[in-house]
Structure formats: C-alpha cells, structure tokens
Design a protein around this ligand. Structure first.
Ligand SMILES: CC(C)(COP(=O)(O)OP(=O)(O)OC[C@H]1O[C@@H](n2cnc3c(N)ncnc32)[C@H](O)[C@@H]1OP(=O)(O)O)[C@@H](O)C(=O)NCCC(=O)NCCS
Length: 219
C-alpha cells in the first residue's frame, strides 16, 4: 500500500475561520500585530484543524493539539502533534499571505513555504545559514534569490520533519541541494513543491515511496 501525503494550501483571509480555532489560538491571533499576519495564522490553524477533524470526527475547535518536548531544552514547545490521534502526522507553515499544511499517517513530515518577495538581506542570510556545499551551489546559480529560498526551504523542511526546528547553527546542517533522497538523522524524501506566484516550498517525508498530492483549500 502506497502512503499518501496531502499538501494543502490556502490564501483565504475569511474572518469566520476563527470559529474553527481553539480558545488559545484565538487569543494568540488577536494579540498579533498586523492584520495580514493574524489572518494567515488563523487560516493555517483553521486548515489544520479541519483536516484533523475529518480524520478524527472531532469538531475542529475541540481537537487537542499539543507539543512534543523541545529537542534542545526539553521544554513544552517542540513539534506539534494531535493528542487525540498521534498517528496522524502533520506540518504547518505560513509565509506572506499563504498558509500550508502537510498531513499524513504514521510518517513524519516537515513542510516549509517562503514568500520570496521578502528579499531584503538574502545575501547576508545566505552567508550565515548555508553550509559550504550549499553556498557553492548558490554561487553557481549566480546567487539567485530563488535558489537561496529553495535551499532554505529544503533545510527547514528536514529540520521541521525531525522536530528539531532551528535549534542549532544552520550552516552546520547541509542538505544536498539537488537530490531527492537525503540522509540527515534518518532518510527523507524531499519534494520541491510548485506553488503559485512568489512562493517556494519543500516537503520532507520520512523514508521513500510515499505519494504526494497537492490541493488548494477553499473553506
Ligand atoms: C519551527 C520553525 C523552524 C518554524 O519557522 P518559521 O519559518 O518561522 O515558520 P513556519 O511558518 O514555517 O512554521 C511555523 C510552524 O511550525 C510548527 N513548529 C513549531 N515548532 C516546531 C518544531 N520544533 N518542529 C516542527 N514544527 C514546528 C508550528 O506549527 C508553527 O506554527 P504556529 O507557530 O503557527 O503554531 C521555528 O519556529 C523554530 O525553529 N522554532 C523552534 C525554536 C526553538 O525551539 N528554539 C529552542 C528553544 S529552547
């Protein structure tokens, strides 16, 4: 049986979506500075909760999403998981006005999307975050912004899949720029997603052989 990973994206800013959130998430959304920032947070969590609701038959706002322990300090702010059914695996990312969620079953997943129009400081960021091998690849591209964001989302997707997140010096982590199977604290299959407009994204899935389906969510 082939496992399937679904990747859902949305740019909805519908205010009614906050009815799908937990009380804590609603408070967090209200406290955010900037309407756009808050709207994409609401959309991301509404999307995640409606995907989990379909799979658990629990109303979206009542699903318990908890955090694993942080790999660095053990504190309660590691990778999120569904406490009602931990076999449902997911990863959430938001950038610009897009929100995206990858969801699977019993396979760790990591998703990162980036709005490439946030161009300020790319050269500095590249110098600070790329490994030697990644930097050579970036320079060979003519130091293209698009190339940097591709390398960045590949690295972040893997770090989010492992649950580590950004807890170490990023230049010390090297993800092969042009291979679909990478070995980093386990074997991961990377899929460079094709997203609309100015967005770049990468999905990391545990092991190999899973099918990836990409869909747009219209609430
Ligand atoms: C996870 C992380 C890489 C995401 O960075 P980002 O590009 O700014 O944001 P994205 O939109 O792609 O992802 C954010 C989502 O990742 C998820 N996430 C958070 N921590 C995660 C982790 N350790 N592993 C996987 N996913 C994680 C959450 O769902 C979060 O969404 P939310 O904040 O709306 O709930 C970054 O926030 C991070 O590294 N956090 C951990 C920092 C940390 O723990 N430091 C050590 C403290 S001791």
């Amino acid at each position: 049986v082939v496992s399937t990973v679904e990747v859902w994206t949305t740019s909805s800013a519908a205010r009614e979506l906050d009815a799908l959130l937990s009380d804590d998430e609603r408070v967090r959304a209200l406290a955010m500075r900037g309407e756009a920032h808050s709207a994409r947070y609401v959309a991301a969590h509404a999307l995640l909760r409606s995907l989990l609701a379909e799979r658990t038959n629990i109303p979206p706002a009542r699903i318990r999403i908890e955090r694993r322990s942080c790999v660095r300090c053990g504190g309660p702010h590691g990778k999120p998981f569904c406490a009602d059914d931990p076999s449902i695996t997911f990863s959430l990312s938001h950038s610009g006005d897009m929100a995206a969620v990858a969801v699977a079953s019993s396979l760790e997943v990591g998703l990162d999307i980036e709005d490439t129009s946030r161009k300020r400081g790319v050269a500095r960021l590249a110098a600070k975050t790329l490994s030697d091998r990644e930097r050579l690849f970036f320079e060979a591209s003519g130091s293209e912004d698009a190339c940097f964001f591709r390398l960045w989302t590949r690295k972040e997707a893997v770090l989010k899949a492992t649950g580590a997140g950004i807890t170490r010096r990023l230049s010390g982590v090297s993800i092969p720029p042009d291979e679909s199977t990478v070995n980093f604290e386990g074997v991961w299959t990377l899929t460079d997603l094709s997203l609309p407009g100015r967005y770049v994204g990468t999905l990391a899935v545990e092991g190999s052989g899973a099918a990836v389906r990409q869909r747009e969510w219209t609430p």
